[in-house]
Design a protein around this ligand. Structure first.
Ligand code: CTP
Length: 400
């Protein structure tokens, strides 16, 4: 739904600036109108001629036009825009944005812009990891800006790590999704649990599972895009959150997840429990690393963890909705129906490990939804993002 949208594309001095050409092409193809604003350093990496040819608009870089002295109004530009995208965004530009250092046309435009702002950082891994950069990004998030996290991979320095600008396709997807979605979940507070839990054995070992958290994170993004305020309680995962309306709380153990969920649920309209919570934990944790020589054969005594879903189900009010997951290997439907009742879910999302491409660690999933009225809907294999949309669609019908 980028058709007819006015997009300011801010380009800064990074080797990733060449990817801006692909971004412009994709935006124009989708029917958007693009106005490029480039920093002086940005012009060292890609020429305004390329950018203006692709965008069919003159590129703005200076406060005044060198040719006739006419003034480029950053204020008008800020009002014209439906969105501003800064891609690539260097550490310097991010720092200037966070601190209001308006010494170039891009920053003055940013400060005047009333539309949503998307920032796609690009820099070396150590620059990205530096506390200054992280503090500045935190500030931008607190201003309501959307950070499109960089990907991990080989960088211009040939080092490998996090800092490479996200691919143009993904950036366009984020923007497209922003404009596409109806805000059916506006004013709804949604609690989501995601990922595995780690149950400590000693300071270096734990009991865990293969959950990647991808399904829960996709759900958080989908709910936030539809206007919800999301609290995402995440077990140990290596995933990023993009939407500024997602508050992420990181936990490690089932016990920690239980406490956060119990605290957040009373103020929530909906809870979606996609976490793969460990059912058991070691009865006690060793404070020092267990040594092989002193132990020989070893037995771990495990005790059950609290069932977060059942605990929320027990305190659920009439106007709250509880959504659970079931990952099964056999007798899938009857196990899922049993969990739906036992945990007082409004609906349960069933995935079977017997289906290829479903369950833990995949980017795809194949689900069935069974609701409390006994209705069952089966879906084909889809990306976890699309599965998240199906689940949210079901949620929206219940809320309505
Ligand atoms: N769940 C939870 N807390 C737990 C265990 C499970 O909140 N301690 C939630 C999961 O997030 C999921 C649902 O309950 O939404 C079902 O999880 P599952 O592990 O399949 O349920 P269990 O009751 O542990 O059943 P099983 O014996 O099959 O492991």
């Amino acid at each position: 739904m980028l058709k007819g949208k006015h997009i300011i594309l801010g380009i800064t001095g990074s080797i990733a600036a060449y990817k801006a050409a692909y971004i412009i092409r994709a935006l124009v193809k989708k029917g958007a109108e693009v106005q490029v604003v480039i920093t002086p350093a940005g012009k060292e990496f890609i020429t305004p001629v390329t950018l203006s040819a692709l965008s069919s608009n003159p590129v703005i870089s200076e406060f005044f036009s060198n040719r006739d002295g006419s003034w480029h109004s950053h204020v008008d530009l800020g009002l014209w825009a439906d969105a501003m995208l800064i891609a690539p965004a260097t550490a310097a530009t991010i720092g200037k944005m966070a601190n209001g250092i308006a010494d170039n046309m891009l920053i003055t435009t940013y400060l005047s812009c009333k539309a949503p702002v998307f920032v796609a950082p690009a820099m070396d891994l150590d620059m990205f990891a530096h506390p200054t950069t992280q503090e500045n990004l935190k500030k931008l998030r607190s201003f309501g800006n959307y950070i499109i996290e960089p990907a991990e991979g080989e960088l211009a320095s040939h080092l490998v790590g996090k800092g490479r600008m996200e691919e143009p396709d993904k950036i366009i997807e984020v923007l497209d999704a922003f404009f596409t979605t109806e805000k059916e979940l506006e004013k709804k507070k949604i609690l989501i649990t995601a990922g595995p839990t780690y149950e400590k054995i000693d300071p270096v070992r734990f009991i865990g599972n293969y959950s990647s958290g991808k399904m829960g994170f996709a759900l958080a993004e989908a709910c936030a895009r539809r206007g919800a305020e999301v609290v995402l309680v995440a077990g140990p995962v290596s995933l990023n959150v993009y939407h500024p309306d997602i508050k992420r709380i990181d936990v490690e153990s089932a016990e920690e997840m239980y406490h956060v969920a119990m605290q957040e649920f009373p103020g929530s309209d909906v809870a979606i429990l996609s976490a793969a919570v460990a059912d058991y934990r070691p009865e006690s944790q060793e404070t020092e690393k267990i040594k092989r020589e002193t132990k020989g054969d070893m037995q771990l005594h495990l005790v059950p963890n609290k069932d977060i879903a059942a605990s929320l189900g027990a305190i659920k009010k009439e106007d709250q909705i509880l959504v659970g997951f079931a990952l099964e290997t056999n007798n899938e439907t009857s196990h899922a129906e049993n969990k739906l009742k036992r945990k007082n879910f409004d609906f349960i999302v069933l995935n079977s490990l017997r289906n290829q491409g479903a369950g833990f660690r995949c980017d795809t999933n194949k689900i069935a939804i069974i609701d409390k009225f006994g209705e069952m809907l089966e879906y084909p294999l889809k990306s976890k993002q699309d599965v998240a949309e199906d689940i949210v669609n079901k949620l929206v019908t219940l809320i309505k």
